[in-house]
Design a protein around this ligand. Structure first.
Ligand SMILES: Nc1ncnc2c1ncn2[C@@H]1O[C@H](COP(=O)(O)OP(=O)(O)OP(=O)(O)O)[C@@H](O)[C@H]1O
Length: 228
């Protein structure tokens, strides 16, 4: 579960990105975060995995009070949250399986465990036969699948995705959305910032609209609500 109570964020340069945001996202929900460019969507989701810290207010993720979390406990939080980016952020000189294994190697899982878990998540994202490929040998959609596999490796309860279809063509975007739906159907909470109007209006989910750093709309099976 994710909770924010009266969260404010002002960046060091004075930009006010969030103003008094309070929300609750329950386990297993699928939530789109929509809004104009510069509205505060990325900031909102970066706070959830402690990439940014609030200037004021409190944030709880699975019971962790993020603001009070000791530095040494951060890896524990990060293991419960998988993050997927628009530009994939894969390591170019590592193979698919090495990219995916990385987060498990960091926590010193056994080689046997790493091997079986990597095979499992690559199978889940439909890349069982690409384990030894390098990222630049894959299509954009396949690279996004690798980054989703990497996000899933620790079996997180939440996946946070910032514009995951932003670099993909429409057909590939739909394939990736179907994968997110499947992951959500297995019980993982998904929070996704997106500008993809067609997807939001077709694959109906909860919609949080952010404008000027505030949540201006919260709909159960919402619509995109902007022209673009
Ligand atoms: N690291 C930063 N330093 C200073 N200001 C920032 C920083 N990141 C974001 N901002 C500012 O905070 C506001 C919200 O930005 P944010 O990236 O959260 O918006 P967004 O809704 O995700 O936009 P987009 O849809 O274009 O990605 C903007 O005014 C932006 O310029």
């Amino acid at each position: 579960m994710i909770e924010m109570h009266d969260v404010w964020k002002t960046y060091p340069n004075g930009a006010v990105a969030l103003q008094g945001v309070s929300i609750r996202i329950d386990k297993g929900e699928f939530v789109y975060v929509v809004g104009p460019s510069g509205a505060g969507k990325s900031t909102f989701i970066k706070l959830m995995y402690r990439e940014e810290r609030p200037s004021k207010g409190s944030i709880f993720v699975n019971g962790f009070n993020i603001e009070r979390l000791k530095e040494r406990k951060i890896p524990l939080l990060r293991r419960q949250i998988g993050v997927v980016f628009q530009d994939f952020k894969l390591l170019p000189n590592k193979t698919v399986k090495e990219n995916v294994a990385f987060a498990l190697e960091v926590i010193e899982a056994s080689p046997k465990k790493i091997k079986s878990r990597v095979a499992e998540v690559l199978e889940l994202v439909g890349l069982g036969d690409k384990a030894n490929a390098l990222p630049n040998e894959l299509s954009g959609g396949q690279q996004q699948r690798v980054s989703i596999a990497r996000a899933l490796i620790n079996n997180p309860s939440v996946i946070i995705a910032d514009e995951p279809t932003g670099n993909l063509d429409p057909d590939t975007s739909w394939d990736i959305m179907r994968l997110f739906e499947e992951i959500n159907n297995r019980g993982t909470t998904i929070v996704m910032a997106t500008h993809n109007k067609e997807i939001v209006n077709t694959l109906k989910k909860r919609v949080l609209a952010v404008e000027g750093g505030q949540i201006v709309r919260d709909q159960k099976r919402g619509v995109y609500g902007y022209e673009n």
